[in-house]
Design a binder for this molecule. Structure first.
Ligand SMILES: [Zn+2]
Length: 426
């Protein structure tokens, strides 16, 4: 059976002034090129950073090839010179987001948004959530909700537009409390971070909690391992959807449709490219590379060719839902999220994700590579899982080919960790 068309397509058609049934790729391309020009003009006129950066580059765009001659923006530039990106007066800034840059030096990364910028995010959340949420649903939000304009706050407001009820919970602090809320509030949809939701699922099984009657789960904020999707779907008999986004994108970037064949992109607000991470040249459709995006409708802090560090590829051909929107394959790791092993082999965090989260009882891990081999610090429900982890990881092709020793330590705990899994060289 053909999956229903993603709700993003009629929404984007309306935003760019087309009838939903006549939206064509050519119309969308023409719209995007025009918006790129407007972004370029706005940045040159109002942003001290871009005025200097773009001096000497073409001011008029005749094609996407002209666009590709423009320089990239990096996360480091944003971190060092945030206020030089801002294109509006202080009084127009509605919200400033300071991103946690622990582990790096220099100032924290700050992102500025006007009320109109926030409305664009709310609107995207409304449309994206309608893929798997309907009026009457009770949606547990396991994301930060407290501050006005935070991701959970905007999501809750978007759900209200759908006629669904958002339950503003915030990140999981205690598994038992959150499980209780799911049952008491008769939650039908959960939105959360992959390892936190996995922790809930596995703890619920260990504590013999009754199975909640969920329809769908949206996993967001971090890369989503297939092994976590499978574990959540099997335990809770629901459908898991993936969202891709980052604060720099205005929180939302793209979401899967019912076909779940890659994220449909938010193409009225973002122009996405995939480039070779070494040369910076665009790669052919279908080829892997780094995701680069440009904001098309952002007021406070437009970004031009921003390098995300995330690796993916455009999926060639049309989605089986019939949408003409471009699709990105699920993002599995960051440019830096891999270890170079001896003899030219690579180990990505995605390899470890699939190996570890596929094992029952694993909740989270941190990996360290040193001259002595690979050390894995695993959080799990019980100690015994350590040997299974060691065997599974040792049998990964890159590890056995590079003949690397694997050592595993297990911290047994039922409480779900809040931290993201890590890879570190020492
Ligand atoms: Zn689709």
């Amino acid at each position: 059976m053909k999956p229903p068309l993603t709700p993003l397509q009629p929404w984007i058609a309306q935003k760019i002034g087309c009838k939903p049934e006549t939206l064509s790729r050519a119309a969308l391309d023409a719209y995007q090129l025009q918006k790129l020009q407007e972004t370029l003009d706005r940045c040159r006129e109002r942003s001290p950073f871009y005025r200097r950066r773009l001096a000497g580059f073409p001011a008029r765009l005749h094609s996407f090839a002209d666009w590709e001659s423009l320089p990239f923006t990096t996360a480091e530039e944003l971190q060092e010179r945030a206020s030089a990106f801002v294109c509006v007066s202080q009084s127009e800034v509605e919200r400033v987001v300071t991103l946690d840059t622990s582990g790096t030096t220099g100032p924290a990364k700050r992102l500025f948004f006007t009320a109109a910028d926030q409305e664009l995010t709310r609107d995207f959340f409304h449309q994206g959530m309608s893929t798997f949420t309907e009026a009457g649903d009770r949606v547990l939000i396991l994301l930060p909700c407290e501050r006005p304009g935070s991701v959970g706050d905007l999501l809750d407001q978007a759900l209200g537009r759908l006629g669904a009820r958002g339950i503003r919970h915030g990140p999981v602090a205690g598994v038992a409390e959150t499980l209780k809320v799911i049952l008491q509030e008769e939650v039908t949809v959960v939105v959360g971070v992959p390892v936190q939701v996995l922790g809930l699922v596995r703890s619920a099984a260990a504590r013999q909690f009754p199975r909640p009657h969920l329809k769908s789960v949206l996993l967001t904020t971090d890369h989503v391992p297939d092994a976590i999707v499978r574990a959540v779907e099997a335990a809770w008999r629901c459908t898991v959807f993936n969202h891709y986004g980052m604060t720099e994108m205005g929180l939302g970037g793209g979401v899967e449709c019912a076909a779940r064949e890659g994220y449909h992109l938010r193409e009225a607000d973002l122009y996405v490219e995939v480039v070779d991470p070494q040369t910076g040249e665009p790669v052919a459709d279908g080829q892997p590379g780094e995701i680069v995006f440009t904001t098309l409708t952002r007021q406070a802090m437009p970004l031009i060719r921003y390098r995300t560090g995330d690796m993916s590829r455009f999926l060639p051909g049309a989605c089986s839902c019939g949408a003409i929107l471009r699709r990105l394959e699920k993002v599995r790791f960051r440019r830096t999220g891999r270890f170079a092993l001896p003899d030219g082999y690579f180990l990505t965090i995605a390899d470890l994700d699939e190996a570890l989260f596929g094992l029952d009882g694993v909740l989270d891990f941190a990996a360290t590579l040193s001259a002595g081999g690979l050390q894995l610090a695993v959080r799990a429900e019980r100690q015994e899982v350590g040997e299974a982890v060691r065997r599974k990881v040792s049998s990964l092709p890159a590890i056995s080919a590079a003949d690397l020793d694997v050592a595993v330590s297990v911290q047994a705990e039922a409480v779900n960790p809040a931290g993201k899994r890590r890879m570190t060289y020492v």
